[in-house]
Write a protein that binds this ligand. Structure first.
Ligand SMILES: [Zn+2]
Length: 273
């Protein structure tokens, strides 16, 4: 089985004591590639360093919407320099988070930082990894509306392969309508551990209606541990539990889901080829 984890924060301090073992366990579990997204300029640098020292690890660089305290022309310039590295395959994770951020001026700042980073992704012709979280974790609200508006405007301005494969809606947690709008803009949809939770019936119904060739599997390690290991720190090797659940939802074998999502990831991120 060949799996790809397109979203794991292996640079996170929770992996400081056993990072090499975590990566080895992932490889032993059948993971052929892991993508580590950046949260700000320092974490982006760490992601690139991990990619440099591990052949199966790749990096994305960018500023997460709740990590914008140090977003400036200077720190953004550092991220732009990092993006030249051959193992940087995307800009992310970037986006909108109205769960943690309630003040209007700070929300406006998030949208501005997102637009600047989308423009940069367009300039260097790389896809984006999009984070979106609603106030009170609602299924739909202002965050979805604002995000879709910004992404639509951006995607309409793209040409060529980036317009066909502009990025992924990471750890998707919206309505079927939002997912369909994302698909209409050619975005992929990222599926994480919560799909395995007992009370996630509505989420599974949505995923069942999405085309398999647009799904990616992400652990979001060390967060969002899937069901059988929910109390533990998440790590890429646990991706099997998510693949199993998608297989069940779509009436396929886990090996088929692994092959399809690995091919999807290769199409979107091209892995530096
Ligand atoms: Zn993340």
């Amino acid at each position: 089985m060949q799996l790809t984890d397109t979203h794991c924060h292996l640079d996170y301090h929770k992996f400081d004591s056993d990072r090499a073992e975590v990566i080895q366990r992932a490889i032993d579990a059948g993971l052929i590639r892991m993508l580590v997204p950046g949260l700000h300029h320092r974490s982006s640098r760490d992601a690139v360093q991990l990619a440099e020292s591990n052949s199966s690890v790749y990096a994305a660089v960018g500023f997460h919407p709740t990590d914008l305290e140090e977003f400036s022309e200077e720190s953004f310039q550092q991220v732009k320099e990092l993006a030249k590295h051959p193992k940087v395959v995307a800009i992310g994770e970037i986006g909108i988070d109205y769960y943690w951020v309630k003040e209007n001026d700070k929300r406006a700042f998030q949208r501005d930082a997102l637009k600047q980073q989308l423009q940069f992704a367009k300039d260097i012709n790389k896809p984006v990894i999009i984070h979106m979280r609603e106030e009170n974790d609602a299924w739909f609200g202002e965050a979805s509306q604002d995000l879709l508006k910004i992404l639509e405007e951006w995607q309409n301005s793209l040409k060529g392969s980036l317009a066909e494969k502009p990025g992924v809606l990471h750890s998707f947690n919206g309505t079927l309508e939002t997912a369909q709008k994302g698909l209409a803009l050619n975005f992929y949809i990222g599926v994480t551990g919560p799909v395995t939770y007992k009370n996630a019936e509505k989420k599974r119904e949505i995923i069942q209606q999405l085309p398999l060739e647009k799904l990616l599997i992400e652990t979001d390690s060390p967060f969002l541990s899937p069901k059988p290991v929910r109390e533990k720190r998440n790590e890429p090797s646990y991706i099997l539990h998510i693949a199993d659940k998608i297989a069940e939802i779509h009436s396929k074998s886990p090996a088929e889901i692994a092959a399809i999502t690995t091919a999807n990831a290769a199409r979107l991120f091209a892995w530096g080829d």
